[in-house]
Design a protein around this ligand. Sequence first.
Ligand SMILES: [Zn+2]
Ligand SMILES: [Zn+2]
Length: 273
Amino acid sequence: MSNARITVLADDTVSARSALGEHGLSYFIDVGGHRTLFDTGQGLVLAENARALGVDLGAVEAIALSHGHYDHTGGLPIALAAARGPVAIHLHPDALQPKYNGTRAIGMPPAAREALAGPNVRLVESREPGVVVPGLFRTGEIPRPHPEEALAELFHLDPDGRAVDPLLDDQSLYFDTPEGVVVLLGCAHAGVIHILERVRALTDGRPLRAVLGGMHLGRANDARLRWVIERLREFRPRLLAPMHCTGPRAAAALWTAFPEACRPGGAGAVFDF
Ligand SMILES: [Zn+2]
Ligand SMILES: [Zn+2]
């Protein structure tokens, strides 16, 4: 009997016969009987996949948002409508900022913002690390000391492209197991190595067991990919599941560099720890 189970509810690929795909990410996390959603995807597949995969969205006690982009927050109205009890929503304050890719709005959709004001919601806005539910933690804002992990592409806070969005809202979740720490990434806009270094500091140097999620390396050049892989080796991950925005070239490089550790993600994938 494991004490933690992660079910991928939304991803760009699928790995279960009955699951649907979308450009987005959402995990249903059961740690010690406490149910949490980490991100909600766009909302195109959340309810259908939960039903198909036998996941009870109504039991969710908390929702943590990795950042404010639409492909992680669009399903909030669906998740909150399904919840039977009060839900604590953990987010960095910058997740609420307007966000643009060129002239296209890619921030939290209006319906998701409205849902945040719902009667069953307790908003936990914080830049700091903290507890999401007992045994499950958020990193808060990630320090970014390595120029190698600078944002590979520029997003903005306005449609005219005047103010660069540094995506300080990017945060990840983690929990500990006897064999080491499990880290769940949103898009890793802060840089996957920055995130793993932060988790190592927050857990007093506990070994890394698993990294799941989006690594946003689609535009990374060869030098950056090599740098990320060499630094990742130092963490000796036992399980890697590159998903969502990792990018096929980066995912192929990771599968080549870590053939023993890599496992497919995708909607419907289940990871027991
Ligand atoms: Zn994003
Ligand atoms: Zn994303």
